[in-house]
Ligand binder design. Structure first.
Ligand SMILES: *Cc1c(COP(=O)(O)O)cnc(C)c1O
Length: 354
């Protein structure tokens, strides 16, 4: 090792799901199979390129206002960023500065560990139980902060709001971040607890239910004090995080509530049908409340199924890591895409048996 390397910050980066350039059936990174609201395309087409000479509004004020209106909160309760990954990493930097370890589940969004390591935040992973449920009691001990997704990823399991509240209530000396990337497909959001608990931050994204992963928009909602701390950290880093196109398109997406709700209904319908179809084929599926299904098959090697699917141009996500070696995560696509998946599985399972 070169001497200067000793002083270089080493990071073990997050490994994102593949983004193949070929046309494939893409069920591996939880994108929405339907397009964004029609207003988004219109806004893109009517965008004035000359506007790009200028810096965007550093506060992304109009997007913040659109979100504040949608969620019935004040504008000073909303923080926006370049995808919720940006928002979450800013939260780690801003709120997790204790000597005590932050807590998150062992089976969860793998970015948490990456940020903790990058920012040198001590952390402790709390094992989910044998049914992959988060054990709330694990979060009742001393800690430097807490983060978990609800629904959790990659399991899709939703924790009832009462249990989420108990974790928040018993940790009022630290910040609790609830990562609600998939909440729109699930149940009650922790947003309704924002006024009750000063230590709560809820983070959501446009990437899943709003079909805009490519535009990179995420946001946090909390009380004005914590949002101010986030903004102060952000402006110490880079003032112009949201580009002009993202601001304009984001506003259009938020405005179309009807399209948003109809899209969610479609995904939920397909998800529940797909769970049944997988079970008919012998898969064990967790009861996902997200836009993906975490499944294992007792009779087959799931890694082989994953590889065979990939050869056929059907991409799902497989990690092969501890405790989840026998699971794949399948994003809920259109009904047609899921039919193609099931047709292939029928042929594969029959052939692999012989
Ligand atoms: C997808 C996802 C995110 C990040 O989404 P962005 O595209 O960065 O907004 C955050 N948390 C979880 C749990 C996710 O699954």
């Amino acid at each position: 090792m070169k001497t200067f390397e000793k002083n270089i910050r080493k990071a073990e980066p997050y490994v994102p799901g593949e983004q193949p350039w070929q046309k494939v059936i893409k069920l591996n990174t939880n994108e929405n199979p339907y397009p964004p609201a029609p207003g988004v395309e219109k806004a893109l087409k009517s965008m004035d390129a000359d506007r790009l000479r200028l810096y965007p509004d550093p506060t992304a004020g109009e997007l913040v206002k659109a979100l504040a209106d949608f969620y019935h909160v004040d504008e000073n309760q909303v923080f926006v960023g370049v995808g919720s990954d940006d928002v979450l990493s800013m939260c780690f930097l801003t709120f997790f500065n204790s000597e005590k370890p932050i807590l998150f589940p062992d089976i969860t969004y793998s970015f948490y560990k990456v940020w903790a390591q990058l920012y040198r935040i001590p952390y402790e992973c709390c094992p989910v139980d044998e049914n992959f449920c988060i054990k709330k009691e694990d979060y009742f001990k001393e800690n430097g902060g807490i983060i978990f997704p609800n629904p959790n990823a990659p399991t899709g399991l939703y924790m009832e709001l009462g249990d989420v509240e108990e974790i928040i209530a018993r940790n009022q000396d630290v910040i609790v971040i609830v990562d609600e990337a998939y909440i729109d497909f699930a149940g009650k959001s922790a947003l309704e607890l924002i006024d009750k608990y000063e230590n709560l931050i809820v983070v959501q994204t446009f990437s899943k239910a709003r079909s805009m992963a490519g535009m990179r928009i995420g946001y946090a909602i909390s009380n004005p004090l914590l949002i101010k701390y986030l903004n102060d950290a952000k402006y110490s880093f880079n003032s112009y995080t949201m580009n002009q196109a993202a601001i304009v398109c984001g506003i259009e997406a938020v405005k179309d509530k009807e399209y948003f709700e109809e899209g969610i209904r479609k995904i939920i319908r397909t998800r529940e049908w797909a769970k049944e179809e997988l079970k008919k084929r012998g898969f064990l599926c967790l009861d996902s409340k997200a836009n993906f299904i975490f499944a294992a098959h007792p009779g087959y090697d799931v890694q082989k199924i994953y590889e065979a699917l990939k050869r056929k141009g059907i991409y799902v996500r497989y990690w092969g890591s501890e405790r989840i070696e026998q699971y794949v995560r399948i994003t809920v696509g259109t009904e047609d895409e899921m039919d193609t998946l099931f047709d292939f599985l029928d042929r594969y399972l029959a052939a692999a048996k012989d």
